[in-house]
Write a protein that binds this ligand. Structure first.
Ligand code: AOF
Ligand code: ZN
Length: 337
């Protein structure tokens, strides 16, 4: 197997643990022996546990000697909660290390230099773009800015309504889109909504998938933002997952409180007022829109008070991807900066 194929495996290994590693990154690593055979694979263990390289090296054993480690993030060079991966790679006798993205964490960075100094061939940047936009996207944002990465998700009619004129909003999007959102929820650290959404929709905000082992699905932290009280008996207050109520309207206060808890990846699920506050503050890092092929003509729009009063103030976006989700159109876009 060549290093490109190995990197694809490493990305997939990291993807499988996404949602279980925060505040650490979901890194994946593959060890090829001197003949190019896969002899070990690993991914970051939950916080405080082994890094991907160490897991993969343990699987490879002596076969790692003279081989290549292919890893999605530059191996760390620091003593954190675990010893440095650079040391483990050198000790195992790995001859070559190929990584996708440099580690922006100042404590852990510098691994490439340490390895080179020990005589290891090191190459960075393989599949850099794929990893940067994909599996390590939220963590890289968090490591660089100190703020959790925010994906704002909404489902609307094609005319941008998130509810009908009478306030009814259940099932605007298709079962396929809803299933995808539940899968997405299993991969994030927290789901954020406003008090208004709790009052009008009474959502459970849990990840419910039809996958086998559903009982074991890790539930993200549920976060309700707003000064108002939560109605007694609201479903977010059940014991299916932890819930935090932040009595503020300031997105940076919300993100600061979440970062302090080690939350890296946030799914903002509405409503329009809270989404507007995050948008106006420049704190939406990606939007995921599920557009159902129907018109409602009336009813609330997906976004309110986004700080735009004239067309030249419009929040510009760059579309990353457009795809179909059942009958719905799914648009993924990022702010044009
Ligand atoms: C790697 N491989 O699999 C991960 C890395 O607290 P610690 O000791 O676990 O260190 C966490 C830091 O190490 C984290 O911020 C990031 O810079 C790096 N994570 N590095 O070589 C891994 N998870
Ligand atoms: Zn490490």
């Amino acid at each position: 197997m060549n290093v490109d194929e190995a990197m694809a495996l490493a990305v997939a290994a990291g993807e499988r643990v996404r949602g279980t590693t925060s505040p650490n990154p979901p890194v994946g690593c593959v060890i090829l022996d001197a003949g190019g055979r896969v002899v070990g694979e690993g991914a970051t263990r939950p916080p405080g546990g082994a890094h991907a390289e160490v897991v993969a090296l343990a699987a490879a054993g002596p076969a790692a000697r003279g081989g290549t480690a292919v890893v999605t993030l530059e191996p760390c060079s620091h003593h954190g909660r675990t010893p440095p991966c650079t040391g483990a790679l050198i000790e195992a006798g790995v001859a070559r290390v190929v990584f996708a993205v440099a580690d922006p964490n100042p404590q852990a960075a510098g691994g490439a230099e340490v390895l080179r100094a020990a005589g290891v061939r090191v190459e960075g940047g393989l599949s850099g773009e794929v990893v940067e936009r994909g599996v390590l996207r939220a963590w890289l944002h968090y490591a660089r800015t100190g703020r959790p990465h925010v994906t704002w998700k909404f489902a609307s009619s094609l005319d941008g309504r998130v509810a009908a004129g009478d306030g009814s909003s259940r099932w605007i999007s298709s079962p396929e889109s809803r299933a995808e959102v539940h899968e997405f929820r299993t991969k994030v650290d927290a789901i954020v909504v406003g008090t208004g959404t709790v009052r009008t929709d009474d959502p459970r905000l849990t990840a419910r998938t039809s996958r086998p082992g559903q009982d074991g699905v890790r539930q993200p932290l549920r976060v309700v933002v707003g000064k108002g009280d939560l109605p007694p008996g609201a479903r977010v207050l059940d014991d299916e997952a932890e819930t935090m109520h932040l009595r503020t309207h300031d997105p940076d206060v919300v993100l600061g409180a979440l970062a302090a808890r080690g939350v890296v990846d946030v799914l903002l699920e509405g409503g329009p007022t809270l989404a507007g506050a995050f948008t106006a503050a420049g704190r939406v890092d990606r939007v995921l829109a599920y557009l159902a092929p129907k018109f409602l003509g009336d009813g609330p729009q997906a976004l309110r008070d986004a700080g735009v009063s004239t067309v030249t103030d419009a929040v510009g976006l760059v579309v990353e991807q457009v795809s179909m989700c059942g009958p719905d159109v799914r648009v993924s876009a990022v702010p044009a900066r």
